[in-house]
Design a protein around this ligand. Structure first.
Ligand code: FES
Length: 174
């Protein structure tokens, strides 16, 4: 009798771990599909690529891009690099934190340090990024991937309210 259980994680890996694909490419594909890298995929990934679990885990945690829990419903990325700093991004950051009651994750090159992530999927995540390529339009931020330029505290309040409203609307439809 075949008692090998195929889990959703196995299926996910099977779909994306095609011959010739690197671990990085597979991880990108998985995250594109699910929004994060489920921790259960580490074992099947290691098997598929003939790597150790530690090697797979090491790659996932090294690259900041990869996350291991579902993303927040709304993710705000505020640019904290030089041009935006000179145009008030730090004052804006303080406003964002005080008005939302959330704090920006510290990001130092690798690892996942999203405070909301530790609690699983949440409503709002604040992330610092360093240059969104629109320095002439500082200060900049993205909300769920959409770029916003010359953001003031008032503009942020309106943008966040709109983002939250669209989520509420989506939940009502669902
Ligand atoms: S420094 Fe903020 S967009 Fe370049």
């Amino acid at each position: 009798m075949d008692d090998i259980t195929v889990t959703p994680a196995d299926e996910l890996v099977r779909r994306h771990a095609q011959p010739g694909r690197t671990l990085l490419a597979i991880l990108h594909a998985i995250q594109d599909e699910t929004g994060f890298i489920p921790p259960e995929t580490v074992v099947p990934l290691a098997k598929a690529l003939n790597l150790s679990r530690a090697e797979v885990h090491g790659v996932i945690t090294y690259y900041h891009h990869f996350r291991t829990s579902p993303p927040a419903a709304v993710t705000v990325q505020l640019c904290r690099a030089e041009a935006c700093r000179s145009m008030g991004s730090e004052t804006l950051a303080q406003h964002v934190e005080s008005s939302t009651g959330c704090r920006f994750a510290q990001q130092h090159g690798h690892g996942h340090d999203h405070p909301q992530e530790q609690e699983g999927a949440s409503l709002l995540a604040l992330e610092s990024v360093y240059c969104l390529g629109q320095c002439a339009l500082s200060p900049t931020m993205t909300i769920n991937g959409t770029l916003h330029a010359k953001v003031t505290p008032q503009k942020f309040d309106a943008l966040l309210a709109a983002a939250m409203a669209s989520i509420d609307g989506a939940r009502e439809v669902a």
